[in-house]
Write a protein that binds this ligand. Structure first.
Ligand code: FES
Ligand code: FES
Length: 153
């Protein structure tokens, strides 16, 4: 089937099998490999992207479900070679170790900050509850999101 999805502001079209998951449209058809796959069972959040501004786990959606809609991936966050404030905050606050979860964390945090520009730590933890990290213990990730929100003490 044919799908037309606006990805990071650019209309992208492709022919995919009806069973194709959104994450594989992004990674394998469109070459946007910044979105990671870890569990493939909607548990870890490493595949998180924005769909019409809301965070979704792209391994849980069919590519067909994104037809006619807007997707933002980690590749769409930086502008003109400058990191997005969330990326900068993760970098400065050591919000990552291996980095495998980081694209999904950043996208989930972006969705959170669009909803709640000045979240409490509890709201940050709640906003990232669907994203697992096996390296950091989450403290530095929460600090990173707090810093990006401009709410750092
Ligand atoms: S790969 Fe999608 S939630 Fe883990
Ligand atoms: S930094 Fe390694 S899984 Fe999060």
């Amino acid at each position: 089937m044919h799908v037309a999805v606006t990805v990071n502001g650019e209309l992208r079209e492709a022919d995919v099998e009806p069973r194709t998951l959104l994450v594989y449209l992004l990674r394998e058809t469109l070459g946007l490999t910044g979105t990671n796959v870890a569990c493939d069972t909607s548990s870890c959040g490493s595949c998180t992207v924005l769909l019409d501004g809301e965070s979704v786990k792209s391994c849980t959606l069919l590519a067909a479900q994104a037809d006619g809609r807007e997707v933002t991936t980690i590749e769409g966050m930086a502008t003109d070679g400058r990191m997005h404030p969330l990326q900068e905050a993760f970098h400065r606050n050591h919000g990552l170790q291996c980095g495998y979860c980081t694209p999904g964390m950043v996208m989930a945090a972006e969705a959170l900050l669009r909803r709640e520009p000045h979240p409490t730590d509890a709201q940050i933890r709640d906003g990232l509850a669907g994203n697992l990290c096996r390296c950091t213990g989450y403290v530095k990730i929460v600090e990173s999101v707090r810093a990006a929100a401009g709410a750092a003490p």
